[in-house]
Design a protein around this ligand. Structure first.
Ligand SMILES: Nc1nc2c(ncn2[C@@H]2O[C@H](COP(=O)(O)OP(=O)(O)OP(=O)(O)O)[C@@H](O)[C@H]2O)c(=O)[nH]1
Ligand SMILES: [Mg+2]
Length: 404
């Protein structure tokens, strides 16, 4: 199932600069800037060398794209982005974010992993956590990044009660999908067949008691349950037999892949295409590609300057960036339209009529691009120069008339 490509290949969205700090790539920001429709953002995170990039290529409907590694060395660095036409939702763009594998000891900087995880949570509307084998205690311990979210992300500008924060996270965080790769067990409990979702939920069952060990056991489970309201699980068998498998899976044709793997991969893709929601920000507003690029910039800047990214502050910054731009574009529209419509010689009343119509259209241009301008602060800014423009144009046209 191939998704139409807005981009022929993925590009790097967030990378490390020479000082080891995260930085947003301008090339990728420019691509997002050009996307004026809502975006469904799906990111994949998980330990290195677990088939994340391969899974993202399947979502793009392509055999290759995000680079796959065939050695033990981690391959993807930073966060890579591929924007494709959404295969199911007309008028939407599917933004796929493939991230650097977590837990590679050679990296030496654990905080880097933490920020990759946080940015994936902050930027996506669906977060896919990818792991190999089974969902056991070890797998949940490896997901310790989830327990650090409260330290590294703030929802409200003003810090509130801890309980409030949990509920706030749940309101604003993406939906969560656990993709278990090379799963070889039977989904059975006792004699009863269970679904993969039931398998995940049973792995998240809390132990009773309050000993430090129990607390440690419960912590990642509690965080998953409290922060992510929507949870799904997909289990994938090995993709091919060991004779064909899989140093270079991108070279295997569909026929060479295990049929059960293919079926699971298709079910997974269908779920994402059908159920992954457009990206929203605090307040529930859906955002466009342009806004996503601005949001990424705000978060990366916060991390670069040593601050804890805050969702509420980000939305305020985002609104400012978007609204300033919306005013600029609306003014530009007004001037172009007025100059093309005003015919000489012209009476002031006629000019006024054209102004009224054009101003209305300019406000529409502003409204489409603006963001949370509920008190019309920026819209009023637009009106003042529009009046000034009208005056300037009148003077200009009257001078021309006087010369006739
Ligand atoms: N056994 C197995 N191998 C896979 C699977 N999917 C991909 N591979 C292979 O595993 C290797 C790593 O795949 P990638 O998709 O690059 O893994 P990654 O998680 O993106 O790796 P990093 O970018 O280094 O974190 C490649 O040789 C793939 O062909 C899978 O489901 N099972
Ligand atoms: Mg990769």
């Amino acid at each position: 199932m191939a998704c139409g490509g807005l981009m022929a290949a993925p590009v790097c969205l967030i990378e490390n600069d020479d000082n080891g700090k995260l930085r947003l790539r301008k090339e990728a920001k420019d691509i997002l800037d050009g996307i004026n429709e809502p975006v469904v953002v799906v990111s994949v995170v998980g330990l290195y060398r677990t088939g994340k990039s391969y899974l993202m290529n399947r979502l793009a409907g392509q055999q290759s794209g995000f680079a796959l590694g065939s050695t033990i060395e981690s391959k993807t660095k930073g966060i890579w982005m591929w924007c494709v036409t959404h295969p199911y939702k007309e008028g939407h763009t599917l933004v796929l974010l493939d991230t650097e594998g977590l837990g590679d000891v050679k990296k030496g900087d654990e905080k880097h992993d933490t920020w990759i995880f946080c940015l994936s949570v902050l930027l996506s509307s669906t977060l896919v956590y990818n792991s190999l084998g089974v969902i056991d205690n070890t797998a949940l311990e490896k997901l310790h990044y989830i327990t650090e979210l409260t330290e590294n992300i703030r929802v409200k500008a003003e810090v509130g009660q801890h309980e409030e924060e949990s509920a706030d996270f749940m309101r604003v965080f993406p939906s969560f999908v656990w993709a278990v790769r090379d799963f070889t067990l039977e989904l059975k409990m006792g004699n009863k067949q269970i679904t993969s979702d039931e398998y995940l939920e049973s792995a998240l069952t809390l132990k009773s008691g309050s000993s430090p060990q129990t607390e440690q056991y419960n912590l990642p489970r509690r965080c998953l349950r409290h922060f992510f309201a929507v949870r799904k699980c997909f289990v994938f068998p090995r993709p091919a037999s060991s004779t064909t498998c899989p140093k270079r899976m991108e070279e295997l044709t569909e026929k060479e892949l295990d049929s059960e793997f293919l079926e699971q991969a298709n079910t997974f893709c269908h779920y994402i295409f059908d159920s992954a929601d457009p990206k929203t920000v605090t307040g529930g507003r859906t955002i466009t590609g342009t806004a996503l690029g601005n949001l990424a910039e705000v978060y990366v800047e916060a991390i670069r300057s040593g601050k804890v990214p805050c969702l509420e502050n980000a939305v305020v910054s985002l609104a400012k960036i978007q609204n300033v731009r919306a005013v600029e574009q609306a003014l530009q529209f007004y001037m172009t339209e007025m100059l093309s419509m005003a015919q000489l010689p012209m009476r002031p009343e006629e000019l006024s009529d054209i102004h009224t119509v054009t101003e209305k259209k300019a406000i529409d241009v502003f409204i489409i691009m603006s963001f949370n301008d509920n008190d019309q602060i920026y819209q009023q800014e637009l009106m003042v120069p529009a009046d000034t423009n009208k005056l300037k144009l009148t003077v200009h046209l009257c001078k021309c008339r006087a010369q006739i």
